[in-house]
Design a protein around this ligand. Structure first.
Ligand code: M6R
Length: 593
């Protein structure tokens, strides 16, 4: 999604803005631009990468500026549609993240009033509205302009000869970074890590007037206090540290992520959230999420149903928001690593309106979701830069195990064993990583195919979904995840020597059934790669290739199996020469519907 940045201080703004924009590339974008205020406003933008934009520029004077990476919603990626956008005088420039619902009407009104709008974007109405309302007071003009806008309008406005920039937040994140006689604005923490660890999170409806030595946050016209936070992520956390891609680095960080997340939970005096069952407590549970977080939620269903023994309903947040019967009798969990996904936020709002207690699991401290939930459970995965979620997924699973274990209704001996096994997970994941070369070898064989199926059953069914999602998003191979028992209800028609199947086999009550499906798949000539938890003669006889994963209780097998499938997707994509960290058309944080 669009990334926005701003700088005001004593240094030249251009290199700082370009560096900050570079750090937001991971959000996904198709064009970029900057506006610098020196003698007048100078705008440079194009449908190019940030590096290319920077290389084409000589260093501009000006210590105040704004910048943008655009993820097209209204109008194709092009120079004219790239931000910043200006008013008729060229003295006001705006960058924006969001969607203006009433932009056609505003555009027509502005045109009738004599404004000429050049782009196809919704954003361009904002500088023209500011121009319309400007009567010598820049801040007032921004306040009046945003009142006209319906939809989401997180944005920064810059005006020639003003010693301040004005930022407004509605429905997408915006952070002020506090420096020493200089201040920064950005959509996301990684943009600011090179400059400051002191931040203020703006809230919906806030307008911040930012000068080099002051930040004044207003709501409904009056100044309000917004707490300053210290960022715990380091610059190194958001760098590749010698790895070829962020995704590979993030896959390799997973043993540490599990340790850090567990350490945080273990050190807490209280359980992460109250899941007490019966007697006025929980009777059932609803979990909502999107994408990879949805797959973690599906694993959560098996975890909570297996341990806490209550029914769990899992829904896509984007569908839940349009469903007729929203409310749950008791409590809901919403999972979103970024804490900013539009559909997830909308589902939290709906649940709360209907009187439901909402626990969120998120990786980003201070994210919007954490500020509207009743309770937040943080994962400690550190910044995830690659668009493909890996370590945050595993951290979400750890959070779900940890939520469920204190309320487990299994016998005490089994519970002790499970806690021991959970603590073993970092070692088991490291064993998978030590097998990387073998997995990479299988990936090279799979890279030549254009269609693939992943299958799993029980707690590893969502793992198959996640494996397929990972593969399609970074390698562009068409992949589908299926419940093993469902393949025969249609997908079998697509099997054959050109359609491999990756089977996740678990040594639990699903084992025999999955073996039966494997035999049916092999009878249809599909190449079959199986993931199994131990040397298994039956599978070795049946499958074309076998990856042995470390032995672990089936409850925790989604963690080790997922890491194998992440590496598999990574090496397939690498073999196919794909832009692994920034797949086409995708955004890391999806702040629009
Ligand atoms: O930030 P969230 O967890 O809410 O994001 C949800 C999805 O957009 C995300 O998981 C997406 O599916 C990933 N790119 C998959 O790797």
């Amino acid at each position: 999604m669009c990334g926005i940045v701003g700088y005001i201080g004593k240094k030249k703004a251009q290199p700082i803005l370009l560096n900050c924009l570079g750090k937001l590339e991971y959000r996904g974008y198709d064009s970029c631009g900057i506006a610098i205020s020196a003698s007048g406003i100078e705008v440079h933008k194009d449908a190019v990468r940030v590096r290319v934009l920077g290389e084409a520029l000589s260093v501009l004077d000006g210590t105040v500026g704004i910048g943008h990476t655009r993820w097209a919603t209204h109008g194709e990626p092009s120079k004219v549609n790239a931000h910043p956008h200006c008013d008729c005088t060229g003295r006001i420039a705006v960058v924006h993240n969001g969607v203006i619902n009433n932009f056609y009407k505003l555009r027509e009104q502005l045109a009738d009033e004599g404004h000429t709008l050049a782009s196809q974007t919704d954003t361009e109405v904002i500088p023209h509205l500011i121009e319309k309302y400007y009567d010598g007071d820049f801040v007032k003009a921004v306040e009046l302009a945003v009142r006209e806008i319906e939809g989401s309008y997180t944005m920064i406005a810059l005006m020639a000869d003003e010693s301040k920039i004005v930022a407004a937040r509605k429905d997408s994140p915006l952070i002020i970074g506090i420096g020493d006689r200089e201040n920064y604005i950005a959509s996301d923490v990684p943009a600011l890590l090179d400059y400051t660890s002191r931040v203020i999170y703006l809230e919906d409806g806030d307008i911040a007037v930012v000068s080099a030595d002051n930040v004044d946050v207003k709501k409904d016209g009056s100044s309000v206090d917004r707490e300053e936070h210290k960022i715990l992520w380091s610059v190194e956390d958001a760098q590749k540290a010698g790895y070829e891609h962020f995704m590979l680095k993030e896959i390799h960080e997973q043993p540490k992520v599990i340790r850090d997340t567990l350490a945080e939970y273990i050190s807490a005096a209280e359980p992460a959230a109250d899941l007490t069952v019966g007697d006025g407590g929980l009777e059932d549970m609803l979990i909502l999420a999107c994408g990879t977080s949805y797959h973690a939620s599906l694993v959560g269903k098996y975890i909570i149903e297996g341990l806490v023994k209550i029914p769990v309903r899992v829904e896509l947040a984007s569908e839940f928001n349009y469903s007729g019967q929203a409310s749950t009798r008791s409590r809901a969990i919403v999972i979103t690593q970024s804490g900013e996904t539009y559909d997830a936020l909308m589902s939290v709002k709906r649940l709360k309106e209907e009187g439901c207690q909402v626990i969120v699991i998120t990786n980003v401290v201070g994210s919007t979701v954490s500020r509207i939930a009743d309770q937040t459970v943080y994962t400690r995965a550190g910044p995830e830069i690659s668009v493909a979620a890996t370590k945050t997924f595993v951290a979400q699973l750890i959070a779900l195990y940890w939520l469920a274990l204190p309320y487990s209704r299994v016998d005490i001996r089994r519970l002790d064993d499970l806690v021991m096994e959970l603590r073993q997970l970092p070692v088991k994941v490291q064993q998978v990583l030590d097998n990387e070369a073998i997995i990479a070898d299988y990936a090279r064989q799979l890279a030549k195919f254009e269609n693939m199926f992943y299958m799993g059953k029980g707690i590893n069914y969502p793992v198959a979904l996640e494996g397929a999602l990972k593969l399609k998003e970074i390698s562009y191979i068409h992949a589908e995840g299926y419940a093993a028992g469902e393949l025969k209800h249609g997908p079998f028609a697509l099997l054959g020597s050109k359609t491999p199947v990756v089977a996740v086999v678990t040594q639990d009550n699903t084992y025999e059934s999955v073996i039966t499906t494997i035999k049916q798949v092999k009878a249809r000539q599909s190449p079959l790669l199986a993931l199994v938890g131990e040397e298994d003669e039956t599978i070795i006889q049946l499958a074309d290739s076998v990856i042995t994963v470390p032995q672990i209780d089936p409850l925790f097998s989604p963690v080790v199996n997922s890491v194998v499938l992440q590496l598999l997707a990574y090496y397939v994509a690498k073999r196919r020469g794909c832009p692994i960290d920034f797949p086409r058309h995708l955004a890391k944080t999806v702040t629009v519907e």
